[in-house]
Design a protein around this ligand. Structure first.
Ligand SMILES: Cc1cc2nc3c(=O)[nH]c(=O)nc-3n(C[C@H](O)[C@H](O)[C@H](O)COP(=O)(O)OP(=O)(O)OC[C@H]3O[C@@H](n4cnc5c(N)ncnc54)[C@H](O)[C@@H]3O)c2cc1C
Length: 509
């Protein structure tokens, strides 16, 4: 996996893997922004909190994003008002402003050096159609008291726009720098962090949960919070059918001519996200977007060509210095799922489906979890309630799940190559003894052949030319060319040729 500028340029502490069975009052699965924020707030009420991460602190989307700390999540407020009413829309805004304040307070209280900067956020359009949408959003926001400003022009921004919305007092930061320090702070508050400790399954016994981790080790916990972005544990919440995985792309290049301070995102497709990062007296342009559903792109590498072309056409930039991609989950009603995993289960919480706006929302999740745990109530509970019927009683839900069914069948019918000739750095589907496999030959000539039936629910995987991974078009699981897991919800790796068939997740099937 190609790493982000933020991960490559920030030295992080190593936390050991769990090597024995332990008990915890709170187990948090995932050490991204959601897990760390949750541990930070819960450390006020408990001294026995454990966070485990399959990889390293901040190695997921939290260490690979654009770093916009904002409540301006694209054109969301008119949509929520129409679907759930003005009250929900206003609460969504207030929740994210509270999330933003929490992050700002943490940065200030601990004097965290993470390039935190207060800047406005702009949503712009270059099309007439987009202008209509922006006007609609503005009208709703005026009614809701959300302080957007409507602009015909953004001074100092080189793209010729038709219209824009500006929200002041938003922020940008280096999310990885922030998380590295936040991890240290919570450890000083008594939280234990274990890296390289994937949770492989979750059982219940009387009043506690038992998480199986690497080796034969177990963590027994009274309360579990799933903060792993992907819903590897479903508990009949049907999360795999209520959200879709999307991959998006980011680049970083030197910016040779300054632009107006701010963060920018467009309305139309392909989505384009832009911000300036300032370090050592130099400006860098962070530019990207261009998202697509995971496992649904013909050639991921080509996307960077489009991003660079767009950036060069509009900004004075130097050579491309870094490029990376990452994944987030989009819910069927564009509102994250945060709260009890289902209506009938106590002490098991989930936060997923951040729709690519999980920075402030990760803090919202922490606030909701702490409120629900300490008071049993939270004013934001219903807006983000994972069991809300509006997230599956809709046309998009039906459409997305018909597409999954279609992809499942299409994947099974798709033929592979029978020649088995695989060039260096090439990945393709091959037929060996009548069975279909995924083959990749690395740059040194070593060949890896894996069973490409997804271990989550059995869809056929597709090769990702940029990440050299096998990606699932149905539910977004991803595997390295050697079969190891890169992204859930799958919990089991792919088997190499000769090791037999993959184990498909029995709980879900
Ligand atoms: C290109 C891109 C740009 C973005 N830019 C922005 C932005 O500017 N502003 C914004 O608000 N949002 C942005 N986002 C979204 C945001 O980055 C995410 O929503 C947010 O980081 C999610 O945080 P998280 O902690 O929930 O998940 P993650 O950061 O993904 O962390 C989850 C962690 O769980 C671990 N894990 C997974 N499965 C297991 C398991 N079974 N056992 C143990 N550990 C496990 C993973 O290793 C990972 O470390 C962007 C997203 C993308 C794709």
């Amino acid at each position: 996996m190609e790493n982000s500028f933020w991960i490559l340029n920030n030295e992080s502490e190593d936390y050991s893997a769990l090597d024995k069975s332990i008990d915890a009052e709170y187990l948090i699965v995932g050490a991204g922004l959601t897990g760390l924020h949750t541990a930070y707030l819960l450390s006020d009420i408990s001294s026995n909190i454990v966070i485990v991460d399959a990889n390293k602190v901040g190695s997921g989307s939290s260490g690979r994003n654009t770093g916009k700390v904002t409540s301006s999540h694209g054109l969301i407020y008119d949509y929520i008002s129409q679907k759930y009413g003005d009250k929900s829309s206003k609460l969504y805004y207030e929740a994210n402003e509270e999330g933003l304040r929490l992050i700002k307070d943490i940065v200030q209280k601990y004097n965290i050096d993470c390039n935190f900067e207060t800047v406005p956020n702009y949503i712009f359009t270059t099309e007439d159609e987009g202008l209509e949408e922006i006007k609609k959003e503005y009208k709703s926001c005026e009614r809701l008291g959300i302080p957007y400003e409507y602009l015909n022009n953004i001074e100092g921004f080189p793209i010729k726009i038709k219209g824009a919305l500006k929200l002041d007092n938003q922020a940008q930061f280096d999310s990885k720098k922030y998380m590295n320090k936040l991890a240290q702070i919570i450890c000083e508050k008594g939280v234990s962090i274990y890296e390289n400790t994937p949770v492989l399954g979750l059982d219940t016994d009387k009043n506690e949960y038992i998480a199986k981790v690497n080796g034969d080790n177990e963590i027994k916990a009274k309360t579990v919070i799933i903060a792993s972005s992907n819903p590897w544990h479903d508990s009949l919440g049907l999360y795999f059918s209520k959200e879709q995985a999307y991959r998006s792309y980011l680049t970083l290049s030197k910016l040779n001519k300054p632009i107006a301070k701010g963060m920018y995102i467009n309305v139309e497709k392909p989505s384009k996200t832009i911000r300036v990062y300032h370090e050592n007296d130099r400006d860098y342009l962070v530019c990207g977007g261009f998202d697509h559903k995971t496992g649904k792109c013909d050639d991921e590498c080509k996307i960077f060509g489009s991003i660079v072309e767009f950036a060069k056409n509009n900004f004075k930039i130097g050579m491309l210095e870094y490029r990376w991609s990452t994944q987030d989950y989009i819910t069927t009603d564009n509102i994250p799922y945060i709260g009890h995993i289902n209506n009938n289960t106590n002490n098991l919480y989930i936060a997923t489906g951040f729709c690519k706006w999980g920075i402030t929302t990760s803090a919202v999740a922490a606030i909701i979890f702490k409120d629900l745990i300490t008071n049993g109530e939270c004013k934001y509970k219903e807006v983000f309630n994972p069991s809300r019927t509006g997230s599956y009683l809709n046309m998009k839900y039906l459409k997305e799940n018909s597409i999954v069914a279609y992809d499942y069948i299409k994947g099974k019918l798709k033929k592979g190559h029978t020649d088995c000739q695989v060039e260096k750095d090439e990945g393709k589907v091959v037929i060996i003894n009548g069975d279909k496999y995924g083959a990749y030959r690395d740059k040194d000539g070593k060949l890896y052949v894996v069973d490409i039936t997804c271990t989550h629910l059995g869809c056929e995987l597709k090769f990702n030319s940029f990440e050299k991974s096998w990606d699932c078009p149905c539910h977004g699981s991803r595997f390295s060319y050697d079969g190891s897991i890169l992204n859930g919800p799958a919990l089991k790796p792919l088997k190499l040729l000769g090791m037999g068939d993959n184990d498909i997740d029995p709980d879900l099937v």
